[in-house]
Design a protein around this ligand. Structure first.
Ligand SMILES: [Zn+2]
Length: 264
């Protein structure tokens, strides 16, 4: 399959990756709505949440259905929120960035799968303030594949998750003792253990610090947009992990700049 795709002209391949991103983007919307309810993500037909009409092929074309129907349900004409096409567009951009970094390869499949899971995490955590265990397990499986692909089977497969878990747990205890409030939820702590599969142990501290900075930035925007005081930390961790895995050199450079700026 990969060999077959490699024979396609670059422009066609680019369109293929973009289209695949849009399709997975609509899967992200579906999965992030169904996983917190405990519904199956494969076996039930999609319905309009307002009139409950079963949606057909024409209604389910990512982005294009929304554009062609001018952002409304074809049956009851109720407005469909722009977040649906937005999630599809974001997933498309994520797939294209994986393609620019890894080309069409097994690495691309692993990175693209990770991006899908992280985007599902971001949507669910913003909406429900949880990171479901099933999603963590799926990411851990991708993490093991990623780790074995890059470093083979070694001791870091155990030490990575353990150091992620230990540093997150330490931070959680420190914050609850200092501020008497929960800064890192248990879902975030488990996610840090999963992230340890993608990161080498010495990257854990830079990762936490960079995530903190991304977290502060997103919290300020989120509180402006939503008016909510409570801010989930999972989206910042997810965005930080994706950047670190996709562009490790640039990520490290940004970390060094941050440290020298803090030291001044
Ligand atoms: Zn409808």
């Amino acid at each position: 399959m990969i060999a077959l795709l490699e024979t396609l002209p670059p422009g066609v391949l680019l369109c293929f990756v973009a289209a695949l991103g849009l399709v997975f983007g609509s899967f992200v919307t579906l999965a992030s709505a169904r996983i917190p309810q405990g519904d199956s993500i494969v076996h039930t037909r999609s319905r309009c949440p307002s009139c409950l009409h079963v949606l057909g092929f024409r209604d389910l074309l990512p982005l294009f259905s929304w554009l062609l129907q001018q952002g409304r349900c074809r049956y009851c004409k109720v407005k469909i929120h722009f977040r649906y096409p937005l999630i599809e567009l974001i997933q498309m951009v994520l797939f294209l960035s994986c393609y620019f970094v890894a080309g069409i390869s097994f690495e691309f499949i692993v990175l693209a799968l990770l991006s899908v899971m992280l985007l599902i995490l971001i949507v669910i955590d913003f909406e429900h303030k949880i990171i479901p265990d099933g999603l963590q397990i799926a990411m851990a499986i991708v993490g093991v594949v990623y780790h074995v692909m890059h470093s083979g089977i070694d001791i870091a497969l155990v030490i990575g998750p353990l150091s992620g878990f230990a540093s997150a747990m330490a931070l959680r205890l420190l914050f609850s003792w200092w501020k008497e409030q929960e800064a890192l939820g248990l879902g975030d702590v488990k996610f840090l253990a999963v992230a340890g599969l993608f990161l080498t142990p010495e990257l854990i501290i830079p990762f936490l610090l960079m995530s903190g900075v991304i977290g502060i930035a997103t919290a300020m925007v989120w509180q402006k947009v939503s008016g909510e005081k409570e801010f989930p930390f999972g989206p910042a961790l997810a965005a930080s992990l994706f950047l670190c895995v996709l562009l490790p050199e640039q990520y490290n450079e940004a970390y060094r700049q941050l440290i020298s700026w803090l030291a001044e």
